[in-house]
Design a protein around this ligand. Structure first.
Ligand code: ZN
Length: 299
């Protein structure tokens, strides 16, 4: 029984039409609620996989061929009830509200794989986080601080910059007003950052390459501004950059990602809570890029 669901960019892409999605479909891959039969408070693991193949059992490998995501390949969470395999219902502590729990699964999982499994973030490294106010960004930021990295985060307004500072960003840049590449050079004494996290895509990609240090890494898990980014390949080979693709994550990564949520070290960031019937306005809000953190739907 769903008590809260949350919105992700994935929902917007599926609504607009994805070749791999199954239609007609109920949107949404994030939820928390109660198991009707037992009364247990749980959150939903956003995907299913075979659990046995080489991709399921190793951290850094691409995902299982049988990987399916709620709200993309099968009916999702923007609903009052959903039927899921028992292993997808993960018990949550009483200290966590349903809204907080629903805000977590996809962004925690994605952020964990981006920062650690794929991004290989180490303590004392510098990270540039574009649009840190995005749902996944607010968690990347907190994971990076937990790991002991220095975080430079950008946002499009002073209000969002202030929120990112509160979340622990060491430096915040207003990317609507400041020359991010120049400021990053200045902050890192011309070196550039070790890891760039870019899910914005077209608008930021060329600058992401400029901001990475020689031999630096750029990790991408999405392209909210467009996927047909262009780049100067000389930047990649002369400066020996690594471009790393990343999506979702496996069960082990979800367990690792949720531990700091359950023990309170990392907090979900919620922009606002809306009734489920206002799902359409929630989509419009996310598209407007005015939000900071997650939008929650309550059935
Ligand atoms: Zn598998």
């Amino acid at each position: 029984e769903i008590k809260a669901a949350s919105i992700n960019h994935l929902d917007l892409w599926v609504r607009k039409g994805l070749p791999i999605a199954k239609y007609p479909i109920t949107l949404g891959c994030d939820a928390a609620g109660i198991v009707r039969e037992t009364g247990k408070r749980v959150l939903l693991s956003p995907s299913t996989s075979c659990g046995a193949c080489e991709f399921c059992s190793s951290g850094d490998k691409p995902l299982c061929l049988k990987y399916q995501v709620y709200g993309e390949h099968r009916d999702g969470t923007d609903a009052e009830l959903i039927c899921v395999p028992a292993e997808n219902a993960i018990p949550i502590p009483d200290t966590l509200s349903f809204e907080e729990a629903a805000a977590a699964p996809l962004v925690f999982l994605t952020a964990w794989r981006m920062m650690f499994t794929r991004g290989r973030l180490k303590p004392s490294e510098d990270v540039l986080l574009w649009s840190g106010g995005a749902g996944v960004g607010t968690i990347c930021l907190q994971f990076a601080k937990m790991a002991g990295a220095r975080v430079i985060a950008t946002a499009s307004s002073d209000a969002k910059c202030a929120k990112l500072k509160d979340l622990g960003a060491d430096v915040v840049l207003n990317h609507a007003r400041e020359d991010v590449a120049a400021r990053v050079r200045e902050i890192t004494a011309k070196r550039g950052v070790d890891l760039v996290v870019d899910y914005v895509g077209k608008d930021t990609w060329a600058r992401s390459l400029q901001c990475a240090r020689r031999g630096g890494r750029i990790v991408t898990c999405g392209a909210t501004s467009g996927h047909d980014a262009s780049m100067d390949l000389r930047q990649i080979f002369y400066r020996q950059l690594e471009i790393i693709g990343c999506t979702m994550g496996n069960n082990k990564e979800l367990q690792d990602a949720l531990r700091p949520l359950f023990d309170g070290r990392v907090k979900p960031v919620i922009d606002r809570i809306l009734p489920l019937r206002e799902a359409a306005s929630a989509h419009a809000l996310l598209e407007s890029r005015q939000t900071c953190g997650k939008l929650i739907l309550r059935p």
